[in-house]
Design a protein around this ligand. Structure first.
Ligand code: ATP
Length: 260
């Protein structure tokens, strides 16, 4: 879909967060479109994770406004924001290690029954189909009966992404999803994120510049709590201010491959 024809799904206006006098984010603006895969990058301490925390309601902005679809969510509680359709994945996977991969996805499914009732209840055919479709999407069909704790690091991350998707969020927030992954797992994760962004919007906080270069169409660069630059990876890499603060003034190929 062309950028002009897509509507804004998430808008952060003039966001500031003050932690006891320290401004971790200062006047930050961000507009995410439907079906967009956005990468949020910047040096350590730039305020990237704090932005995700504010969007999912974990941290409240000191000032500014966050709008999701037509709802202002700035002061909403974390669980309300999750129910509205914003899913957050942290660096450490929160899967049920002793349960099977299939059961993890089943439990994550959005339904009124409680966890234990869900486990006991016979799955309706359509729910079972949904779990299988999700297994296929995250590449774990052959491991449906595996104990989740026995999966590789990368597979655990995919399972958790699958669990988020079972709740049908419209926006997914991911913090360094490829950290600790093999090259092959990193590539597969990029493809998975692309596939997700065909129907949902995704914000990925990332330090792995090679990964960002391979999969980003639009990149937002933060520095000291502010928006430094936004554009394609090429535009961002060409920007002198980005080179200065983010790539440490190194403009060679090595610099763009380095992790911050
Ligand atoms: N709860 C808090 N109380 C005080 N300071 C905080 C708090 N959370 C974050 N900070 C500070 O705010 C700044 C931004 O942190 P944040 O984690 O958002 O940066 P980041 O860009 O995600 O960095 P990194 O890439 O290292 O994870 C940092 O200086 C951090 O120490």
């Amino acid at each position: 879909m062309k950028e002009q024809t897509r509507s804004v799904i998430l808008q952060c206006d003039d966001i500031t967060v003050d932690f006891d006098g320290f401004k971790a984010v200062q006047g930050m603006n961000l507009r995410l479109l439907e079906g967009e895969l956005r990468f949020l990058i910047g040096p350590n301490g730039a305020g990237k994770t704090t932005m995700l925390d504010m969007i999912c309601g974990k941290t409240k902005p000191t000032s500014g406004r966050i709008v999701f679809g037509s709802a202002e969510i700035t002061r909403m509680k974390e669980h309300q924001i999750a129910e509205l359709g914003i899913g957050r994945k942290f660096q450490t996977p929160s899967i049920f290690r002793t349960l099977s991969v299939f059961d993890n996805l089943e439990i994550a499914m959005k339904q009124p029954r409680g966890v234990f009732a869900t486990m006991r209840a016979k799955l309706r055919g359509e729910d079972r189909d949904r779990v299988h479709a999700q297994l296929a999407m995250i590449g774990l069909e052959t491991k449906a009966s595996w104990r989740a704790g026995d999966l590789s690091h990368g597979e655990k991350q995919w399972l958790e992404i699958g669990m988020m998707l079972m709740q049908e969020p419209q926006v997914l927030l991911l913090d360094e999803p490829v950290a600790g992954m093999t090259d092959n797992e990193t590539e597969k994760t990029g493809e998975l994120l692309r596939e997700i962004s065909r129907t949902q919007s995704v914000i990925v906080v990332e330090h792995d510049m090679e990964f960002v270069r391979n999969f980003a169409s639009k990149v937002t660069v933060m520095h000291e709590g502010k928006l430094l630059k936004e554009g394609s990876m090429e535009e961002v890499q060409r920007d002198d201010r980005v080179a200065e603060v983010y790539l440490g003034k190194r403009r060679d190929a090595d610099a763009s491959r380095s992790t911050a």
